[in-house]
Write a protein of this length. Structure first.
Length: 208
């Protein structure tokens, strides 16, 4: 006798339900894969479309970098030129001051009584190293400097003075320093003097 094992109805229903669930899950997975694929191709196409723009932007950025580098070089060159101009102005100013100082010294130094060994300039301070026939010659030189409009009273100091034998003669080596007035200071001083004279003149007229 032939026996056939038949599954119970409930068991068969469970199997069919499980198969349907597997098929549904597989369908969902395939749908997700399809959606991801579509999105990937879409993004890839967008990237391809934007690549020319990105390339153009990179080229423009490189161009601006070149311009920025040139601007920096021009700025640096400008600063160097301005520094050179300032140095030239300072040298011109120093040269003009030195010319005035030498002219003033020529007028104030006692002739055949004082000789200069070295002249130092530091700002407005002028230091002279020299040799004189006597202390009186040094004093005369200092008085002459104080009378000069380029120096003035109280602006000359004798730093040192000592006896020195040169060629068998007793001389005086000395070092003195004075403050030199600039042209702008002289101009301001003369303007003050002119104002004082005007005020005095007005006072005299008022007293008459």
């Amino acid at each position: 006798m032939i026996r056939i094992n038949l599954l119970p109805v409930k068991t068969q229903a469970k199997i069919e339900t499980g198969s349907k669930q597997i098929l549904a899950f597989a369908g969902i997975v395939l749908l997700c894969i399809l959606i991801v694929g579509v999105l990937w191709f879409s993004q890839k196409n967008k990237i391809r479309a934007l690549e020319p723009k990105a390339k153009a932007l990179r080229a423009e950025l490189a161009k601006y970098k070149g311009v920025d580098a040139r601007l920096k070089r021009l700025k640096k060159n400008k600063e160097q030129v301005l520094k050179r101009i300032e140095i030239i102005k300072q040298l011109q100013k120093n040269r003009d001051s030195l010319v005035r100082i030498l002219a003033m010294l020529t007028e104030t130094v006692p002739k055949e009584k004082i000789w200069f060994n070295k002249l130092e300039e530091r700002g407005k301070a002028i230091t002279i190293h020299g040799v004189a026939l006597s202390n009186e010659a040094i004093s005369q030189f200092m008085r002459n400097l104080e009378r000069s409009i380029y120096v003035g009273y109280g602006r000359v100091n004798l730093i040192e003075s000592a006896q020195k034998i040169i060629a068998g003669r007793k001389l005086r080596s000395f070092k003195l320093r004075f403050l030199f007035r600039t042209p702008s200071e002289i101009k301001a001083m003369l303007a003050r003097r002119a104002n004082i004279q005007k005020e005095r003149a007005k006072g005299k007229k008022a007293n008459k």
